[in-house]
Write a protein that binds this ligand. Structure first.
Ligand code: GZL
Length: 317
């Protein structure tokens, strides 16, 4: 543990638990607000920091990696005690993470990973993104029960770890089931608007009758695609089956109406486990595992989706 962390640790060990985190100033470089899930993650992160009396410096990168790098450099200049980073893409972080390491400022990754040496971050709090894609694929295998099905795929942000891993997982999930064929796959950048635009292009290119299912890397793109499917005169959830990921309120509203079929839940609370790990590291030198995995669960039409919608709608999405 570096001198700076040692000094914080000794100060925190002398402080009563109630003020342990109160002295911390933490920088949070957030990707932006591209989806309902992202908005919820921001809300929950601010709540988790407030609960701990942490002074959170928030920076919205508007989906741009250069803005995240600028924010991290600003946090280093302010000599914050730690940095939370939700990395928009997986590559291009080595230099700025080295700068944070040289400044003895621990970096904790939220909801996405980076292609960089593990010694450049304290821990990554994410779901198993490959597993999420696999669950979606296996759901479709069961749903189609051997019947032929042409699948179109709305990928997340190009170069992001969820887009890479959810695509890989879905392909693993349908492997060996030749009745399922991915006929179109393109990024919708995790947004509703792009999800609608790209689904319109799929429908134009293929014709609705040739598309049996949509796999969207997040619910927001699926909600946008539902609009496109309706405008094409087709019934989403029936003419075209829809499976996506996040479990935001609006996908449960669509499922309650039979307009979507399945979603895999991603918790927006990545910050809670991250801040717990940070406090243990700073107060008693407990080094966390490099990966803290959050749980995922599948929701289908068998669930009470109206009740799930009601339960989730006030949670910052
Ligand atoms: C996945 C997360 C993704 C969400 C999207 O861990 O990074 O980013 O699934 C969000 O809704 O845009």
């Amino acid at each position: 543990m570096k001198l700076k962390s040692l000094l914080i640790a000794s100060a925190m060990m002398l402080a009563p638990a109630s003020v342990m985190a109160a002295d911390l100033t933490i920088g949070f470089s957030q990707i932006g607000s591209e989806s309902g899930w992202r908005a919820a993650e921001t809300t929950v992160t601010k709540q988790e920091a407030e609960k701990r009396g942490i002074d959170l410096k928030f920076a919205d990168a508007q989906q741009k990696q250069e803005n995240q790098i600028k924010a991290i450099r600003s946090f280093i200049a302010q000599d914050v005690d730690a940095i939370l980073l939700a990395p928009v893409v997986a590559t291009g972080w080595d230099e700025v993470l080295e700068e944070a390491k040289d400044a003895e400022i621990p970096v904790l990754l939220l909801d996405r990973t980076v292609d960089a040496s593990e010694d450049l971050y304290l821990t990554a709090v994410t779901s198993d993104l490959v597993h999420e894609g696999e669950v979606a694929g296996k759901w479709l295998v069961e749903e189609m029960a051997g019947k032929p099905c042409n699948v179109v795929e709305l990928q997340g942000t190009t170069g992001s770890s969820p887009a890479i891993d959810r695509k890989k997982g879905f392909e693993q999930g349908i492997a060996g089931h030749d009745n399922l064929k991915i006929i179109r796959s393109q990024t919708g950048d995790f947004t509703r608007s792009q999800g609608k635009v790209v689904m319109e292009s799929f429908l134009k290119a293929e014709g609705g009758a040739n598309i049996c299912a949509l796999y969207a890397h997040n619910d927001d793109m699926a909600v946008g695609a539902i609009q496109a499917i309706k405008e094409a005169g087709l019934k989403p959830g029936q003419d075209i089956k829809i499976v996506s990921i996040d479990s935001v309120p609006d996908i449960h509203l669509a499922m309650a109406a039979g307009e979507a079929n399945a979603t895999i839940e991603l918790t927006p609370n990545m910050a809670g486990p991250a801040l717990d790990a940070l406090e243990a590291y700073l107060s008693s030198g407990t080094t966390p595992p490099k990966w803290i995995q959050t749980e995922s669960r599948l929701y289908t039409l068998k669930d009470d989706n109206q009740a799930v919608y009601e339960a989730k709608k006030g949670l910052g999405y």
